[in-house]
Structures are given as structure tokens and as C-alpha cells.
Design a protein around this ligand. Structure first.
Ligand SMILES: [Zn+2]
Length: 236
């Protein structure tokens, strides 16, 4: 048997920590790109620092709150369905323990155990904690470790906010003559980091993923800047 590659998550805890980290990097990435697009677009239309600050701050708040709300809803739905599945499982274990033991045996056989060993394993798992065994083998969830919707919402909110702060500060703080270039440069540098890091976390080839992330951000800024400039020329 060969050892798993270094980046492959091999335990539930490590796997879920990696998932959280990946979600955080993606959330930060989202905050960088959407806020950068917003403030660069406004910078194409106006020199007004008040307008830039208003746009950037609104983009930060709208984005982070919408990410948090979306995450809350989706994790709540997932948690409700997991709780319902666990309740069904608990009832079935109570009403027909023999059929459930057969089911667990069958599932373990399907995973590669011989029928005799599968039966023995199913009996032992059922004696120790039948519900947990069915939750893990049949439903693929850990009943002691269901994701908390509030935690997920806060994590998304924070990740997006951290990302969004970069273009917001970069467009508002420097002098007017250089703020656009400082924003573009710092956004592309930050996207190089998030692109590279999220690729590493996903154990994917880093250069291509980094290039895609940076190109996506550059495109977003180019498109909104062009749109903002058109509005400025049109005198809107
Ligand atoms: Zn079952």
C-alpha cells in the first residue's frame, strides 16, 4: 500500500479544516475581485473621493452580507436535511434493528469487505454506536460534527470583508494621480497569492490556477473601468 500524497486530506478533521480554509480563500478572492471591479469602475467615471469611498464601502457591506446570508441559508438547508435523515435512521434502528444490521452488512460488503467480515464489523459497530455507524457509512455524515450555519455565515462575512478591504483602501488612501495604478497592482498581487494558495489547498497545479485567478480579476477591472470611462465621457 502506498502512502497518500502529502496534500490529500486523510481524516475527517483535516478534510473539513481544508474545506474551511478553501472556502475562506475563495471568499476573500470574491471580496477582492468584486470590490476592485466596483471601485475601479467608479474611478473611471469620477475623481471624487467621496464617491469612491461610498462605492467601495457599499460594495464591501453588500457583498459580505449577501455572502453571509447565502451561506447561512445553504448550510441551514443542508443541516435540516441531515437532521431529518438522522431522525429517520434513528426510527428505523428502533423499529427494525435486524433489517438495519443487514443493511449495514450489505453496505460494508459493497465497500470491499467479505460477507463474513462485514457481518462481524456491522455487529461490532452496531453494539458500539448504531446511529453513528449508519450515519457515517450510509449517509456519509458525522452526527457529532454537523456544520453550524452561524459559523459558516460569519466565516463568509469575514473572508469577503478582508478581501474587499484591500481594493477599498488602495483606491481611497493614495493621492488621486496614482490611486488607480496602486489599486490595480495591489489587487493583481493579492490575486496571485489567493490563486496560488487555493490551488495548493486543492492540490491542483498552481501556475495555471494562479493565472486564471489573476486574469479574471484583470478582466473585471478592465471591463468596469471601460464602462465607467464611457459614463464619464457621456457626462452622465
Ligand atoms: Zn440504516
Amino acid at each position: 500500500m502506498t502512502a497518500p500524497p502529502a496534500h490529500e486530506p486523510h481524516g475527517g478533521a483535516l478534510g473539513s479544516r481544508l474545506n474551511w480554509l478553501r472556502a475562506a480563500v475563495l471568499g476573500a478572492n470574491d471580496g477582492i475581485v468584486s470590490t476592485a471591479g466596483l471601485v475601479v469602475g467608479v474611478a473611471g467615471a469620477t475623481e471624487s473621493q467621496a464617491a469612491l469611498l461610498t462605492a467601495g464601502l457599499s460594495g464591501l457591506l453588500a457583498g459580505s452580507l449577501s455572502m453571509a446570508a447565502g451561506e447561512y441559508v445553504s448550510v441551514s438547508v443542508q443541516r435540516d436535511s441531515e437532521t431529518a435523515a438522522l431522525a429517520t435512521e434513528r426510527r428505523e434502528l428502533h423499529e427494525s434493528p435486524e433489517a438495519e444490521l443487514d443493511e449495514l452488512t450489505h453496505l460494508l460488503t459493497a465497500r470491499g469487505l467479505t460477507p463474513g467480515v462485514a457481518r462481524e464489523a456491522a455487529v461490532q459497530l452496531t453494539e458500539r454506536d448504531a446511529l453513528k455507524a449508519h450515519a457515517r457509512v450510509e449517509l456519509g455524515i458525522d452526527p457529532d460534527d454537523l456544520t453550524n450555519p452561524w459559523h459558516a455565515a460569519w466565516a463568509s462575512f469575514l473572508a469577503f470583508t478582508v478581501g474587499a478591504l484591500l481594493p477599498l483602501l488602495a483606491i481611497v488612501l493614495p493621492p488621486a494621480s496614482v490611486r488607480l495604478w496602486i489599486t490595480v497592482a495591489s489587487v493583481l498581487a493579492a490575486l496571485t497569492l489567493t490563486g496560488w494558495w487555493s490551488a495548493r489547498l486543492a492540490a491542483a497545479p498552481a501556475p495555471r490556477a494562479t493565472l486564471r485567478t489573476v486574469a479574471g480579476g484583470a478582466l473585471a477591472m478592465a471591463v468596469t473601468y471601460a464602462a465607467g470611462s464611457l459614463l464619464d465621457v457621456a457626462g452622465v
